[in-house]
Design a protein around this ligand. Structure first.
Ligand code: FAD
Length: 651
């Protein structure tokens, strides 16, 4: 049987008038933090999530093929964002799916579980560190981030059958054990996967036999966030919330969009503003409600949601706030700036081999089994610059360095001096440290279409940086997203070389691959490849970050090394928006680490809002302080799964 037995506890109809912690956004990071903070029964935690709970589609999300054949991309559980037209993509707008559901984008992602490298994470520590004695910065160096990534995991090695079919290299010590998120491999792979590392090797990219330990260079079969006891997606909700018995001190409220946090009239003794409550609403028409905050507000709305909530609260770049008619409470130019993303494009071949797409399309009995449906495109490779350029590319590196000052003047959309300084600091990091030594490109093979195989080339360290901002004070108006793709020449050059390398991997596959379908043999010169990328091929790899960057304030930072927003006493951002720069990795693993570390920091030391200023906490009698009693329409849910979830699945 593949039944999941779910025990749902419905809590009292009204939420409390105030909580110790209010978490804005119940996505990947938000639910991790909710779970960790509520381990202490003495603290109260409220999660406000804009999306629906997802119970209605839990079967789809949890279906083994949730990554592809029953994805929630494009459904009501997707924010369905689009960028503004991108001039360097022939004015195309790019679709940005994001999870609008408990679990956030971890409920819709492709489940690859890959880590950044030691050098990248240590550079993160270095860019926020004020010097040797800066202990807060140490939490963002490799050792600590690695520890936190592992803390979130329970690794289960691939089964023997799979191992003999496909060559999978791994070292179990490079993963965590006993953590909430299940990390493993699907039950089923395709023969073409078995030739992946050898084809790459022939093309000049050696296998990586111990991936995810801080050295991602090379080809390998990546693990996934999959639960091998039942072949379901392991995401922040199933891992961190459903696995718990219900907790009285944890309230999770779906269909509740955070509008803004409320600030006290008086700053505290250190001159910082204090968040005293959070305003939210079910939808654009419904009344606004407020809830008091006794300790802290934790923003976990992701790289679009968190800067939006800050800006709507009056914390952000002055020009943006004024244009949107939001009163400026704290001028913080970096909020929403520094937006970076990975761009990707795929070469497609016909193949005489059976792909997962053929099996799925056949409708056969096997195609319906959890084992088949657990198939995930796990073949990846991380490639460095010398593989892409047949040498160290010193000339290319020099061109990039020479373009730094001009790029900082012409490519940074918002010319606040701090934001420009941050751009330069990141630019130097990726041009000097990352270009020679850190992978520049990710390859991903896809086998989900019938009789076709495609390999993506995804650029990992963009010099093109954009921004996201509100253009209305209405929280239900979508944010503006402008990643400024390909505004810097280096991004295009790296992708163009990446496509060429992908072709050499295709050639190394030999007869297993048939003729090239896209872009097709007619597209060969630099100009032809670039036009193809611009006009149709380049697309997001779904890894936006940087919009609430952890950087020094004078470099356009939004949060400090404790994840506290500059100028605010008790508001943190803890999600994938805080990475100062992109990693050569998908972002989920590192985001779990941010959320785990945030939880530790908050448990160690958090702010106490003076009783008299908590919204609704004291009876001052004013309307602003009156807590709205919530009508019965709101679901207040705590989730729990019995151990039957595990035992009901027999594989
Ligand atoms: C299609 C897709 C495929 C991906 N594939 C992979 C992959 O294979 N491997 C990998 O590692 N990473 C992948 N990623 C990236 C990864 O899933 C995200 O980086 C990660 O989920 C980010 O976590 P987060 O907590 O920052 O944001 P999210 O998980 O997106 O959570 C943010 C939450 O906040 C909520 N929210 C936003 N605004 C508000 C508001 N005002 N009020 C209340 N709630 C709000 C949202 O609804 C959402 O639930 C993928 C992403 C996408 C979209």
């Amino acid at each position: 049987s593949n039944l999941i037995y779910r025990r749902r506890i419905v809590s009292p109809p009204d939420i409390s008038s105030s909580y110790d912690y209010v978490i804005a956004g119940g996505g990947l990071a938000g639910l991790v933090i909710a779970s960790r903070l509520s381990e202490d029964p003495a603290v109260t935690v409220l999660v406000l999530e804009a999306g629906k709970s997802g119970d209605e589609v839990a079967a789809g999300i949890n279906a083994p093929a949730g990554a592809y054949y029953s994805s929630i991309v494009g459904t009501d559980y997707d924010w369905k964002y689009t960028t503004v037209p991108q001039p360097n993509l022939n004015n195309r707008t790019i679709y940005w799916p994001r999870g609008k559901i408990l679990g956030g984008s971890s409920a819709m992602n492709a489940m690859y579980l890959v880590r950044p490298t030691v050098m990248e994470v240590d550079a993160w520590k270095d860019i926020i560190s004020s010097g040797d004695g800066d202990t807060a910065a140490q939490n963002w160096g490799w050792d600590k981030v690695y520890e936190n990534m592992k803390k979130s995991e329970n690794f289960v090695p691939p089964n023997q059958e799979l191992l003999t079919y496909v060559n999978i290299d791994y070292e179990a010590e490079s993963y965590g054990s006993g953590g909430p998120m299940q990390v493993s491999y699907p039950a089923f792979m395709i023969g073409i996967n078995a030739n992946w590392t050898s084809a790459l090797d022939r093309a000049g990219c050696a296998p990586n036999t111990n991936p995810n330990n801080g050295t991602s260079l090379g080809g390998y079969i990546a693990p996934s966030s999959i639960n091998p006891t039942n072949w379901t997606r392991s995401y922040s909700r199933s891992a961190y919330i459903d696995s718990l018995p219900p907790r009285d001190n944890l309230h999770i409220l779906p269909e509740s969009t955070v509008v803004r946090f409320l600030l006290s009239n008086q700053p505290d003794s250190s001159g910082k503003q204090i968040a005293t409550g959070v305003e939210f609403a079910s939808n654009a028409e419904s009344p606004r409600m407020t809830v008091g905050v006794r300790k802290e507000v934790i923003l976990a709305g992701g790289p679009l949601g968190s800067p939006k909530m800050l800006q709507l609260s009056g914390v952000g770049p002055k020009d943006v706030l004024e244009a949107a008619k939001v009163n400026v409470s704290v001028e913080l130019p970096g909020v929403g700036q520094n937006l970076q993303d990975h761009l990707t494009a795929g070469v497609t071949w016909a193949t005489p081999q059976e792909t997962a797409g053929n099996i799925h399309a056949s409708g056969s009995e096997f195609s319906q089994t959890p084992e088949f449906l657990s198939f995930i495109n796990d073949a990846v490779a991380f490639v460095n610059i010398s593989t892409l350029f047949n040498g160290p590319a010193l000339e290319f590196q020099q061109q990039i360095k020479d373009a730094r000052d001009e790029s900082s003047r012409t490519l940074v959309a918002s010319q606040y001096p701090e934001v420009v300084e941050g751009y330069k600091a990141i630019y130097d990091t990726i041009a000097d440290k990352f270009l020679p030594d850190v992978p520049q490109l990710e390859l991903l093979m896809s086998l989900i279409s019938p009789s076709q195989v495609s390999i993506q080339a995804a650029m990992q360290h963009p010099y093109s940086v954009g921004r996201t901002y509100i253009n209305s004070s209405d929280p239900f108006v979508p944010v503006v997203i402008d990643p400024q793709y390909y505004s810097h020449f280096a991004d295009m050059t790296i992708m163009r070389q990446g496509v060429r390398f992908v072709r050499s991997v295709g050639a190394a596959y030999g007869a297993l691959f048939g003729e090239e379908i896209a872009p097709g043999p007619g597209v060969q010169t630099d100009e032809q490849l670039e036009q193809w990328l611009r006009d149709s091929a380049a697309n997001t790899q779904y890894h936006p970050t940087g919009s609430c960057a952890m950087l020094p304030k004078e470099k356009g930072g939004v949060v400090d090394a404790d994840l506290l927003v500059y100028g605010l006493a008790n508001v943190r951002v803890a999600d994938s928006s805080v990475f100062p720069f992109e990693f050569a990795a998908h972002l989920a693993s590192a985001t779990y680490a941010v959320a785990e570390q945030a939880s530790t920091l908050i448990k160690q030391k958090s702010y106490n809002v003076p009783e008299e200023v908590v919204t609704g906490g004291s009876n001052k009698g004013s309307d602003a302080n009156r807590m709205m009693a919530l009508p019965g329409i709101v679901h207040l849910l705590a989730f729990g799964l019995t151990s039957a979830m595990v035992t009901a699945w027999l594989v």
